[in-house]
Design a binder for this molecule. Structure first.
Ligand code: ATP
Ligand code: LTN
Length: 325
C-alpha cells in the first residue's frame, strides 16, 4: 500500500517559482511513490476578499498549472476543495476542538492580520483548522509543502492527536514533507522576505513571458560585494544561486567555480536563460490545456467524485464518535 499524500495551493494570484520549487516540483518528482491528492483550495482563498469571476478563473488556472507542471490526472487526483462539502463540515467540527490559543500562535495569521486586526475575517483565524480538515479527511500520511506551512502541519498533527484522545482513534497523524533546499525561495525585490503571490514584483510567475523574467532577474536585489558564492549572510545572491542550483541540477562547488571571477550581470543573464528554458515546456503545455477548458472541467468533476466517498466516510465516523446526529 502506497502512502497517501495531500497538498493544496490557494487560487489567490499567479503561481510563482517559489510555489513550484517548494511544493509542486516535489509532488511531481514523487508522484509514483504516493497515492496523491492535489487540491485547489478555494475555500482558503475566500479568507480574504476575492472577486467571484476572478476566483472561478484562478481555480481553473491553478488546476491547469498542476497538470502543465507534470501532475498526471490519471495517476493523481486533481480536485477543487469546495466541490467536496465534507471539507467545510469537518472544518467546523475541528474549529470546536481547536483551542483559540493554538490558532492565535500561527505566524501566518499574525503576519496577515497585523495591520488590520479588527477587520480581517474570522475565516482567516480558523484557516488552519480548514487545512487540517483537508488533510485529515483522507487519512493523509505525508503533506509536501514549503517551509512556511510547517507550523500549520504541526497544528494539524496536534489536532489529530487531541481528537483521537478525546473521541477515539479516527485520524491518521500526518507528517510534513519539506525539502532541504528550495523550501523557502525569497523575493527578488526584498530577499529577506519570502517570494509570495501577494507580492508579484518580487516573484517570477510560472506564466511570465521571457522578457519579464529577464527584466526581473536583472533587477533582482544583490549586495555591494561582487563574489558569487553560497553565503547565507548575503540573502540576495544566495537566493539567486539557490534557484540556479535547483534548476540546473549542478552542485554548489561546480556553480561557484563556474562563476568565479565573473560579475553579477553575467551570472544573472545565465540564470535568466536557465529560468526561461525551464519554464518554456510548462508554459507550452499550459497553453495547450487551456485551449480545451472542457477537459479540465471533466478532470475536476471526476476527481471530486472519486474521492468524495472517502471524505464522507471519515466525516460520518467523526460524527458518530462525537454523538452528532
Ligand atoms: P499568498 O501570497 O497568497 O499567501 P503564497 O505565494 O504564499 O501565496 P500559497 O498558496 O500559500 O502561496 O502556497 C502554496 C505552496 O507553495 C505551499 O506549499 C507553500 O509552502 C509553497 N510556497 C509558497 N511560497 C513559497 C516560497 N517562497 N518558497 C517555497 N515554497 C513556497
Ligand atoms: N495553507 C496552504 C494551502 C493548503 C494546504 C492544505 C496545503 C490548504 N490546505 C492541505 C497542504 C495540505 C498554503 O500554502 N497557504
Amino acid at each position: 500500500m502506497r502512502k497517501r499524500a495531500f497538498s493544496g495551493i490557494q487560487p489567490t494570484g499567479n503561481l510563482h517559482i517559489g510555489n513550484y520549487l517548494g511544493a509542486i516540483r516535489q509532488w511531481v518528482e514523487r508522484q509514483a511513490e504516493f497515492d496523491n491528492i492535489f487540491c485547489v483550495v478555494d475555500l482558503h482563498a475566500i479568507t480574504v476578499p476575492q472577486d467571484p469571476a476572478e476566483l472561478h478563473e484562478a481555480t481553473r488556472q491553478v488546476a491547469a498549472l498542476y497538470v502543465a507542471c507534470g501532475i498526471d490526472p490519471r495517476q493523481s487526483v486533481v480536485c477543487v476543495q469546495s466541490h467536496i462539502s465534507a471539507h467545510a463540515e469537518l472544518a467546523w467540527i475541528l474549529n470546536c476542538v481547536a483551542p483559540m490559543g493554538w490558532l492565535g500562535r500561527m505566524t501566518q495569521f499574525k503576519e496577515k492580520s497585523a495591520k488590520q486586526r479588527e477587520t480581517v475575517s474570522a475565516g482567516l483565524f480558523v484557516y488552519p483548522a480548514l487545512m487540517a480538515a483537508d488533510i485529515l479527511l483522507y487519512h493523509t500520511d505525508v503533506v509536501p509543502v514549503g517551509e512556511d506551512q510547517r507550523q500549520h502541519v504541526e497544528l494539524t498533527r496536534d489536532l489529530a492527536i487531541r481528537f483521537n484522545q478525546l473521541f477515539g482513534e479516527v485520524f491518521t497523524v500526518p507528517e510534513a514533507l519539506i525539502r532541504e533546499t528550495g523550501a523557502r525561495i525569497m523575493s527578488l525585490a526584498e530577499p529577506t522576505k519570502k517570494m509570495s503571490k501577494s507580492e508579484p514584483a518580487g516573484s517570477i510567475a510560472l506564466l511570465d513571458p521571457p522578457d519579464t523574467i529577464r527584466r526581473k532577474i536583472a533587477r533582482a536585489k544583490t549586495d555591494p560585494l561582487t563574489t558569487i558564492e553560497f553565503d547565507e549572510s548575503r540573502p540576495g545572491i544566495y537566493n539567486l544561486l539557490t534557484i540556479y542550483e535547483l534548476l540546473s541540477g549542478q552542485d554548489r562547488p561546480t556553480i561557484e567555480a563556474r562563476f568565479q571571477g565573473k560579475g553579477y550581470a553575467e551570472f544573472k543573464r545565465e540564470l535568466a536563460d536557465l529560468v526561461v528554458e525551464a519554464l518554456r515546456p510548462m508554459q507550452e503545455r499550459y497553453a495547450e490545456i487551456r485551449r480545451d477548458p472542457a477537459s479540465i472541467e471533466a478532470v475536476l468533476r471526476d476527481s471530486a467524485d472519486r474521492i468524495r466517498p472517502t471524505a464522507e466516510r471519515t466525516l460520518s465516523e467523526v460524527k458518530v464518535r462525537m454523538g452528532l446526529g
